[in-house]
Design a protein around this ligand. Structure first.
Ligand SMILES: Cc1cc2nc3c(=O)[nH]c(=O)nc-3n(C[C@H](O)[C@H](O)[C@H](O)COP(=O)(O)OP(=O)(O)OC[C@H]3O[C@@H](n4cnc5c(N)ncnc54)[C@H](O)[C@@H]3O)c2cc1C
Ligand code: SF4
Length: 278
């Protein structure tokens, strides 16, 4: 395996277009490579090529979660989502770009069961162990998206800037279908460069975990108030970060037997998040 160290976005893009795989903090990619869930002949170390700045309205994709958590320029929902993610050690090296593109934590996928997300014809979690899985958008794959910051950025209405386009963060993700099992819309070799993050009047992120620290969200709820209204988005409830039209939208949930408890939990957190921002 080769490691290349481009110093500009253009050089990084060239290396990625040639088939390289982007390596930022490595907290996600390295375990995936080790476990045979990802493959790379060339790793492209992007830390010197991707912006890292954190300022009002703009965040470099190479900024670490620890940098975001500590910055007054970052809206509260995103700061809190970063603060509640992972451990201090992981937040010190894990970048926001890598966080948005992390793979599912579904244990069947991580153990290489030939499930729908791996291209197979069934979801093993549906009939198996699925207590941490999805309650929405779960017909093909019932995994629960693990990123806290993604939910915060969705509620904040952030825009993603890549080496080739700009688009709302909602369009970074897609539900898998029978014909296409991908969970993101990035093109091969596309490089995240920056996030444009509007400043809300108020925002918050609440997270239910099975212990108080160092756990993925059972349910995470981000709320952001803008002059035109409050936007809500959830982590841990669907295969992708989930924008919620309002608290009543959870009535349309399609929980599995083992995830029914998440519906009431999400409803309670949504109510608390709304109380905190209005
Ligand atoms: C034990 C553990 C607990 C965790 N707990 C939580 C949690 O509670 N909540 C939460 O939200 N997250 C959690 N995480 C996820 C953690 O936040 C991510 O692992 C980290 O942010 C990934 O960033 P990285 O820079 O290390 O990414 P890398 O591992 O370097 O990359 C991850 C993926 O993103 C791609 N990539 C990275 N940067 C770019 C870019 N700029 N453009 C294009 N592609 C890119 C890589 O190719 C790779 O596919 C946890 C992780 C671990 C290991
Ligand atoms: S939830 Fe998704 S990743 Fe997990 S077994 Fe089902 S199809 Fe695979």
């Amino acid at each position: 395996m080769e490691l290349v160290r481009p110093e500009s976005p253009a050089d990084a893009t060239a290396a990625l277009r040639a088939g390289g795989v982007a390596l930022a903090g490595g907290t996600e990619l390295v375990p995936l490579l080790r476990d045979g869930l990802a493959a790379a002949e060339t790793l492209v170390w992007i830390r010197d090529a991707v912006p890292r700045g954190v300022e009002a309205g703009r965040i470099g994709a190479g900024a670490t979660l620890a940098e975001l958590e500590a910055s007054d320029a970052v809206p509260e929902a995103l700061r809190e989502a970063c603060r509640l993610a992972a451990s201090p050690q992981i937040r010190a090296v894990g970048t926001i770009g890598g966080n948005l593109l992390q793979a599912t934590r579904c244990w069947y996928w991580r153990l290489k069961f030939p499930c729908a997300l791996h291209g197979g014809d069934r979801c093993h979690a549906r009939e198996g162990e699925h207590g941490e899985h999805a309650i929405l958008g779960n017909d093909v794959c019932a995994s629960a998206h693990p990123s806290d910051p993604a939910a915060a950025l969705l509620a904040l209405g952030a825009t993603v800037v890549t080496d080739r386009r700009r688009f709302p963060v909602a369009e970074l993700y897609r539900l898998p279908s029978d014909g296409d099992r991908r969970l993101t819309t990035l093109e091969p070799g596309e490089l995240l460069l920056e996030l444009e993050v509007p400043q809300p009047e108020a925002s918050t992120y609440l997270k239910a975990m099975d212990r108080q620290r160092f756990a993925f969200a059972i349910v995470g709820v981000a709320a952001a108030r803008f002059p035109e209204g409050v936007r809500l988005a959830l982590a841990g409830v669907a295969p992708v970060p989930w924008e919620l039209d309002g608290p009543d939208a959870l009535a349309a949930s399609t929980p599995l037997p083992g995830t029914a408890y998440k519906v009431g939990l999400a409803q309670a957190l949504v109510r608390r998040a709304l109380d905190a921002v209005v």
